[in-house]
Design a protein around this ligand. Structure first.
Ligand code: BTN
Length: 247
């Protein structure tokens, strides 16, 4: 297992998207597992659902890490998302209370988004060939577009002073690799349990039928979410079939 002192982290000034950069690098040459690429600014930062991810130059953490989880069956690929969400939430919780995961892998401080992730799994027939974990953490940015529905925030806004981005980056990368080792050791159930403990479990959700209040009942290893609505009915969703409505 990699130690804290020897994390392969590549720093770039500018790139289109650290996910794209890493994906090109993998196509060109052999890239060591656990390699992370961070950038001061992205010119085409990508978010979930085809959204863009906009962050001011030099203020935040914008990085991607590559894993080769050949031992993880496709049906259990959600465990990689869980590792990433837990790594970030554990580390941010060292800086401030009230950090929670919003399914599948957003990180919130109270009802404001502090981190988003774009996890791109390259699948073989029945396992994951490589996984690119892209993470954007709002660290020292003070001003955000206040009209954004997720109500972005940053550690700076919460704590009132600038934080050391490199330190946070190294801690998150290191924690993610620890969780990844746990997966390798077969501790998926422990990870799933911790993920559920750190998850926002109640909220207002929106699906194709409309908006409703519900409680998260379960998150399966596939990432399938089971909600119990306030009429007591269970509803199941895959990614992108349902979303939280921020209150
Ligand atoms: C989201 O919440 O919509 C996901 C945002 C993911 C942003 C990160 S920043 C580093 C990496 N590179 C990208 O282009 N996106 C991810």
């Amino acid at each position: 297992m990699k130690t804290n002192h020897f994390l392969p982290i590549l720093h770039l000034d500018e790139t289109d998207s650290t996910n794209n950069y890493l994906s090109r690098l993998i196509a060109e040459k052999t890239v060591e597992e656990g390699t992370a690429v961070s950038a001061e600014i992205q010119t085409a930062g990508r978010g979930q659902r085809g959204n863009t991810w906009i962050a001011q130059r030099g203020k935040n953490l914008l990085f991607s890490m590559v894993l080769y989880p050949h031992f993880v069956p496709v049906a259990k690929q959600f465990v990689i998302s869980q590792c990433a969400a837990l790594a970030v939430s554990d580390i941010l919780a060292e800086y401030t209370p009230d950090i929670k995961i919003k399914w599948p892998n957003d990180i919130y401080w109270r009802n404001q988004k502090i981190c988003g992730m774009l996890i791109e799994n390259n699948l073989q027939t029945d396992s994951i060939n490589h996984s690119i974990i892209g993470i954007g953490i709002n660290v020292n940015q003070a001003d955000f577009d206040e009209s954004v529905a997720t109500r972005p925030t940053s550690l700076f806004r919460i704590l009132g002073k600038e934080q050391n981005r490199t330190e946070i980056l190294r801690k998150v990368v290191s924690r993610l690799l620890q969780y990844y080792e746990d997966v390798r050791m077969g501790k998926d159930t422990d990870i799933a349990e911790k993920y559920k403990r750190d998850l926002f479990t109640t909220g207002i959700f929106k699906d194709t039928t409309g908006v409703f209040e519900a409680v998260i009942k379960d998150v399966a290893p596939t990432g399938i979410l089971t909600l119990t609505d306030n009429e007591g009915n269970d509803r199941q969703y895959a990614f992108k079939e349902v979303e939280y409505v921020i209150q």
